[in-house]
Design a protein around this ligand. Structure first.
Ligand code: SIN
Length: 305
């Protein structure tokens, strides 16, 4: 059987299939539908230093081949997360990667110091790319801010650090390079694409926040392109996310250069999907004569010029 272990700098996972932040709650919600021990990792919903009420409703709408959300980082804050969710999460037979966001480097430092007390966490993913909150949480639109926030967090926390980046920029490679220069162990690509839905009869936007983040199969080609661009130019492991709903999708991301993947929107309609894909992956790798996942990562063959 092919070896499914993957190593992303300081982060080692038993397999490369994780569930994405914001699509899996704090795991209790999905416990009836999935065997957590089959997952490469669980990334719970983003937490911020203070509780946040999030954006006005409606906050989600289905689109063709995808979903728009404008949740606005609704959460109960880091202290509540530690008190009410972390024990449960850490009791699961699966690596847990906390996901955090802050308004400035100082808030990231506070988050880092609090999470540093939990070495049982596998890593922390920094959400520096949420498109739904105004006022400085989309640091990943700027390389200097990306570098500042990642290095601040890294200096205050011993856990492996993953930077989750946005596709809503002209040159994501320079942002990924900034995250790598700041000491990130990996980057997650991509967060949602900024979009909009309109009820033309009412002449109104459908989302309460007017705009929101597009996810699901509609964004897979964009995610693949960005994963490939970053993985082939920046020396940092990439975790691919965006529209994955089948084993073929997983393999496309691995061939494009992703060392691991996250299942996001698909978990809403099939919460057991990520575990099934992890089960099926070794069979396909065996058929491809791969001894380990790394044998297929980044194996894309480009046409000759
Ligand atoms: C949200 O809470 O608005 C979604 C999180 C994200 O897109 O980063």
């Amino acid at each position: 059987m092919a070896n499914l272990n993957v190593t992303l700098n300081r982060l080692s996972l038993q397999n490369p299939i994780l569930v994405a932040s914001g699509t899996f709650g704090y795991a209790r919600e999905t416990a009836a539908f999935i065997d957590f021990s089959k997952l490469g990792g669980i990334i719970p919903k983003t937490v911020t230093p203070q509780p946040r009420a999030g954006n006005p409703p409606p906050r989600t709408i289905e689109t063709s081949c995808g979903m728009l959300n404008s949740i606005g980082l609704d959460n109960d804050g880091i202290d509540y997360f530690i008190e009410k969710h972390l024990d449960y999460l850490l009791s699961l037979d699966c690596p847990i990667i906390a996901n955090v966001a802050g308004h400035n480097a100082e808030e990231f430092k506070q988050l880092a110091e609090k999470l540093n007390a939990f070495p049982q966490l596998a890593a922390v993913e920094l959400n520096i790319s949420c498109p739904n909150v105004s006022g400085g949480v989309d640091f990943a639109t700027n390389p200097e801010l990306t570098q500042q926030v990642v290095s601040t967090f890294r200096n205050a926390c011993d856990l492996p650090v993953i930077a989750k980046l946005t596709p809503n920029v002209t040159n994501v490679v320079e942002i990924a390079q900034a995250a790598a220069d700041a000491g990130a162990d990996a980057v997650t690509l991509i967060n949602t694409l900024l979009g909009m839905a309109i009820d033309w009869k009412k002449r109104k936007p459908i989302l309460g926040n007017v705009v929101g983040g597009l996810s699901g199969p509609a964004i897979k080609p964009v995610a693949l392109r960005i994963v490939w661009q970053v993985a082939s130019t920046v020396d940092i492991p990439v975790i691919g996310v965006g529209g994955i709903q089948s084993l073929d999708d997983v393999l496309e991301f691995l061939v494009a250069g992703a060392s691991a993947v996250q299942i996001g929107t698909a978990s809403f309609y099939n919460p057991g999907l990520a575990a099934r894909l992890a089960d099926e992956l070794s069979t396909v790798l065996d058929e491809q004569n791969c001894e380990s996942v790394s044998d297929i990562v980044g194996t894309l063959v480009l046409p000759e010029k």
